[in-house]
Design a protein around this ligand. Structure first.
Ligand code: HEC
Length: 137
């Protein structure tokens, strides 16, 4: 009897732990900087300027992500950057750049496009775009 109770409480605990993990309860949302360090720095470099450890194995040199605005006439093309990180075009959409459509999809936030449309978008993707925007020089 005691043993059964122990098992059922363990099960209940396991299930609860599973649920809380799924909705991200108890783990604060990751910042753009953390997401970048964990998912992008390996190719784009810790400072986003293009020389991550894995960059040497790629056919394409990962671009310097602090110069996106400069390459675009001084404007940060946030919709385009979001689309490239998300990978709207599907796997292999953008050369050696992986797609991150499934990154940390716990929660959606409203993304306002450059022409004012609002689209529910994974919070992590928005955090990454804002982080990159802040790095422009
Ligand atoms: C496996 C290596 C790799 C990883 C990991 C990677 N990238 Fe890339 N990324 C690339 C390459 C290579 C390109 C250039 C693709 C091209 O020009 O066709 C690129 C291009 C980009 C661009 C387009 C830049 C521009 O000027 O238009 C953005 C934005 C970008 N990456 C952001 C990210 C973010 C954010 C992450 C992490 C969530 C990430 N990348 C992870 C290799 C990588």
């Amino acid at each position: 009897m005691r043993f059964e109770m122990l098992i059922s409480s363990l099960l209940a605990f396991g299930l609860l732990a599973g649920c809380t993990e799924e909705i991200g309860f108890g783990s604060p949302p990751k910042s753009g900087a953390t997401l970048f360090a964990q998912n992008c720095a390996i190719c784009h470099g810790a400072n986003a300027r293009g020389a991550g450890a894995a960059a040497v194995n790629l056919e394409q040199v990962p671009p310097d992500l602090t110069l996106i605005a400069e390459r675009n006439g001084g404007l940060f093309p946030s919709d385009d950057v979001l689309a490239k990180i998300h990978g709207y075009g599907g796997p292999g959409h953008f050369g050696d750049m992986p797609d991150f459509a499934d990154i940390d999809t716990g929660e959606n936030v409203m993304w306002e496009t450059q022409n004012g449309q609002k689209i529910a978008t994974p919070r992590a993707l928005v955090a990454l775009v804002r982080y990159l925007e802040g790095l422009q020089r």
